[in-house]
Design a protein around this ligand. Structure first.
Ligand SMILES: [Mg+2]
Length: 363
């Protein structure tokens, strides 16, 4: 099961399919919600769920912490309305009485009915209200459908109504995707130079990125080398290799450009390497975007891809240049060392370009 996580959600990071189930925030409990910050953002009406948010299932006595929190919220100026599916009206009235809240009766959440009635009762616009509850399928979905921001709180310990287990099962399926949109307080601090300095070396973002970029680079190198090897050594043509025919053709047709080559395979290598690199670049883009630089969602993807390919093409020119120079230098038609050196020099260029330009603002 996915462990509970708290933080702020950025919906644009995930598919629109999940937006109706995505809260604005997730908090450990009602007491962790910063009521003053909500007030400062223009929220005036608190809509609260009952079971496993305000009280445990079957209980009618809010904890001292909950009573303290609701009192403090009322002192700030908040109006409180309970939005609950419960059919135990006496119990609901007692809880509402304890915290000094109003109640509304309507269709079950995620219907918009109770949310609308509460807005009418308190003469508030959806933007002035905030819903706080422990279930994605009822509290968060109902609020989002009504244009009201929702805070998802961790359910209170204890038993639950048996029918809730179906909701919880659906919730478990949704938590993975919606957590992709979560920005935890930890994510929000790496920009601070003091916080970055205080971290041990292994936790530093830059070090992580270099290690990940290196691993992705390794996978792309295998792809690059594999395709280059196939193009150079394995594709037959007539009574020789395709690369030899191509090399001979290049040397005889463009002697000015390929005069450097000692033989046909030396002339064919730059072209074959460049072709293989297209496959390697595509692999690198998707892995580096999602894993190394942790860019979420599809926003900016096309622009990042263009920038990344420009960086990589320049990196390839550098890498192929180094590899071709080394291949001609050693004169033994040994492929591996020139390719490794070319990949190292080109890879360093690619990392700097990716971090500072292609995925800028995200790293
Ligand atoms: Mg509940």
């Amino acid at each position: 099961m996915t462990p509970w996580k708290s933080g702020r959600f950025e919906r644009q990071r995930i598919s629109r399919v999940y937006h109706p189930f995505t809260p604005a925030h997730a908090e450990d409990s009602l007491n962790c919600v910063n009521a003053q910050a909500l007030w400062d953002r223009g929220k005036r009406l608190l809509m609260l769920d009952v079971d496993n948010t305000l009280v445990q299932w079957h209980s009618d006595e809010p904890s001292p912490e909950v009573l303290e929190w609701t009192e403090a919220a009322k002192k700030i100026g908040f109006e409180i309305c309970i939005i609950s599916n419960t059919t135990q009206h006496d119990r609901l009235a007692k809880i509402a009485g304890r915290i000094g809240a109003a109640t509304v009766k309507g269709r079950f959440k995620p219907s918009r009915s109770m949310f609308r009635l509460a807005l009418i009762k308190f003469k508030r616009k959806p933007a002035e209200a905030i819903m706080i509850g422990d279930q994605l399928i009822t509290d968060v979905l109902g609020a989002n459908r009504s244009g009201i921001e929702a805070i998802w709180v961790r359910r209170l310990e204890g038993k639950e109504f048996s029918g809730t287990s179906i909701n919880r099962r659906m919730e478990r399926m949704l938590t993975g995707p919606i957590y992709q949109a979560l920005v935890t307080p930890l994510d929000e601090t790496p920009d601070s130079p003091a916080a970055e300095q205080a971290k041990p070396l292994a936790q530093k973002t830059l070090v992580h990125q270099i290690v990940k970029f290196g691993i992705v680079g390794g996978s792309s190198f295998v792809i690059d080398f594999g395709f280059t090897y196939v193009f150079m050594k394995l594709i037959p043509m007539g009574n020789g290799l395709m690369s030899d025919h191509l090399g001979n053709f290049l040397r005889s047709s463009i002697p000015g450009l390929f005069g450097f080559a000692k033989g046909p395979s030396e002339a064919a290598l730059p072209l074959m390497s460049a072709l293989a690199s297209v496959f390697a670049m595509t692999n690198s883009f998707f892995l580096n975007r999602a894993w190394t630089f942790e860019v979420k969602g599809k926003e900016e993807r096309a622009r990042q891809m263009t920038r990344f390919y420009i960086v990589c093409i320049i990196g390839q020119v550098i890498g192929v240049g180094v590899a071709t120079f080394m291949y001609n230098l050693n004169g033994r038609q040994e492929l591996l060392i020139p390719k490794v050196l070319g990949a190292l020099v080109g890879g360093t260029w690619n990392f700097i370009g990716s971090r500072l330009w292609a995925f800028r603002g995200k790293v």
